[in-house]
Design a protein around this ligand. Structure first.
Ligand code: MLC
Ligand code: AMP
Length: 510
């Protein structure tokens, strides 16, 4: 029996062939990129990179601005069987150093302005090829590919072959590579198209970055498997979103997008009359935001819950009650259970660990078998690190996190990573990094520091400047507070809950 090609691109291709000259992307300047353009230009890049010597299964690390060509590159990697490894554009050298050492890519693609720095890192980690791609579409990648023939098929991949490698940090501060297969991505996107009723008539407002699951797999997967069009913005800019909304039918965003829209007087139901669906995820949507949005537009935001290891797990329903403060019901094909410390499922609103099983669940952590075994049980259930409940009607609520993590504007910050950098600064004895409620970012990163006695203590500005040089901007604390001593329990563990309580109102007046 012949197996269908498991390559995710193979499944996109059905819509690409059908949609042909229909715009896949309409850009802010009103120019458009058709589905035929996506197919042709991804073939050209796949041809060029394959001829360059990049092989099936090789990792391709990419740290570039969001642009149509960056999208061609993602599609080219899929169809050529490379493993796509996107990187947040905010990452600094020390962070990139780790990713390159661990992912061992065959090719790194970066912005031209970073070429010199990246060349040194690529040399250090024996990355065979370094190419550039700038925000305006120029660079050595498009230059090199210009004369390549736009002829390339779709490499045969099994369902379980790797399609992408994305990193998430951890409680120890060491990032873990999350191995996502073609099946993980396809099964989840197919199920979301169904659950959210995507069709070729939809126009999706795409303002998310394409280096994380939300903008990359959720948004693009829904559009490409349904043949919908996208209004493509390079980032989330309130004014541009307000201009584009009347042309759109669906929007996806993190809660900060919705609070920023609500903060604008121009945002009202007249702009959203064509919209059929607003989707929120990656961070908790406050019930207050849900209510205000309903008041202003007459529409209930649909909240869903996912993570890089699993893509999407639960969603409030398209038709039926969308319950504020919950993340809805398990998606078809995804099993979700809440278990106690012994691993026994609990019911009736009891709080426990959220575990997930299904084709959406990743293959494991890259070269970390022990960590994989710790989180991914023999029975296939993955322990998410989120604490939650399920009500009698099946709705899941997330009530906390077992993992020590802050979510700021939809981006995860692992305190340990930031603490390690702060603790290495002269004059600092120790630090504790916490998340504090913030009207714009949901949670803001705050550092509580203890100085060594003596004269040479860095001030807040010096600490922030030192951090900005070493870690991505979104991880840098919005405030640094010096105190005498960190509260500890009898085991000597820092009691971050007490710090969070103490500084709970820090941003209340902002
Ligand atoms: C940028 N900055 C942030 C930040 N983003 N600070 C805290 N939290 C953030 N999220 C900092 C920059 O470093 C910079 O600092 C300053 O803010 C201005 O930068 P900017 O780029 O102009 O910021 P802005 O455009 O305002 O971006 C904020 C944002 C953006 C919320 C629009 O971060 C965003 O689009 N977030 C979405 C992230 C996302 O896609 N998450 C999905 C993950 S997938 P300075 O000091 O240099 O001025 C996932 C799974 C799932 O979680 O379930 O979906
Ligand atoms: P990431 O590791 O970037 O994939 O982030 C995944 C984490 O984001 C999850 O484990 C949750 O803690 C959080 N998350 C995602 N969606 C939601 C949501 N709707 N509500 C609350 N937390 C969420």
């Amino acid at each position: 029996m012949t197996q269908t090609n498991g390559n995710l691109y193979h499944h996109f291709q059905k819509q690409f062939d059908r949609a042909g000259d229909k715009p896949a992307l309409v850009l802010a300047d009103k120019s458009s990129i058709t589905y035929a353009d996506l197919a042709r230009e991804s073939a050209r890049l796949a041809r060029y990179l394959t001829d360059l010597g990049i092989q099936i299964g090789d990792r391709v690390s990419v740290q570039v601005a969001k642009s149509p060509r960056a999208l061609y590159l993602y599609l080219a990697c899929l169809r050529a069987g490379f493993v796509f490894h996107p990187l947040n554009t905010g990452y600094k050298d020390a962070e990139l150093d780790y990713f390159l050492s661990d992912a061992e890519p065959a090719l790194m693609v970066c912005d031209g302005s970073d070429q010199q720095r990246m060349a040194a890192l690529c040399q250090k980690h024996s990355v065979g090829h370094l190419l550039t791609l700038n925000a305006d579409g120029s660079g050595s990648l498009p230059d090199g590919a210009e004369h390549a023939a736009a002829e390339f098929g779709v490499i045969e991949r099994t369902d379980h072959d790797l399609a992408a490698l994305l990193y998430s940090s951890g409680t120890t501060g060491v990032p873990k590579g999350i191995m996502l297969s073609h099946l993980n991505l396809r099964s989840n996107a197919e199920c979301l198209v169904e659950a959210w009723g995507f069709s070729q008539d939809d126009v999706l407002l795409h303002a998310l970055p394409i280096f994380h699951v939300h903008g990359l797999f959720v948004a693009l997967g829904c559009a490409f498997l349904s043949g919908a069009s996208m209004r493509w913005l390079k980032d989330f800019d309130v004014q541009q979103v307000l201009e584009q909304l009347p042309n759109c039918t669906v929007m996806m965003g993190v809660p900060t997008y919705y609070t920023r829209l609500l903060a604008s007087d121009q945002f009202d139901h007249t702009l959203t009359s064509r919209m059929r669906l607003f989707i929120s995820g990656s961070a908790p949507l406050l019930a207050d935001t849900f209510e205000q949005f309903l008041d202003r537009t007459g529409q209930s935001i649909l909240e869903r819950y996912g993570m890089t290891e699993t893509n999407m797990n639960t969603s409030n329903p398209l038709v039926g009650e969308r319950r504020a403060g919950t993340v809805g019901l398990p998606l078809p094909g995804v099993e979700v259970r809440v278990v106690n410390a012994e691993g026994t499922p609990v019911h009736g609103g009891a709080i426990g660990d959220i575990q997930v099983r299904g084709d959406n669940v990743f293959k494991g952590y890259w070269r970390m078998p022990e960590k994989t075994a710790e989180d991914l049980g023999d029975d296939g259930f993955f322990t998410t690190g989120d604490k939650g409940t399920r009500c009698e009607r099946g709705y899941v609520s997330i009530v906390g996190r077992a993992k020590d993590m802050v979510i700021s504007g939809g981006l995860n910050v692992y305190p340990k990573e930031v603490e390690l950098v702060i603790d290495s600064l002269d004059g600092i004895r120790e630090s504790a990094v916490i998340g504090i409620a913030h009207a714009d970012f949901g949670e803001a990163v705050v550092a509580v520091v203890i100085y060594h006695g003596g004269q040479d203590q860095p001030d807040e500005a010096a600490i922030i400047a030192a951090l900005k040089a070493q870690i991505a901007g979104f991880k840098v604390p919005k405030k640094v507070i010096a105190i005498e001593q960190l509260p500890r329990n009898t085991m000597g563990k820092v009691q971050k809950n007490r710090l969070r309580e103490r500084f709970n109102d820090l941003f209340k007046s902002i």
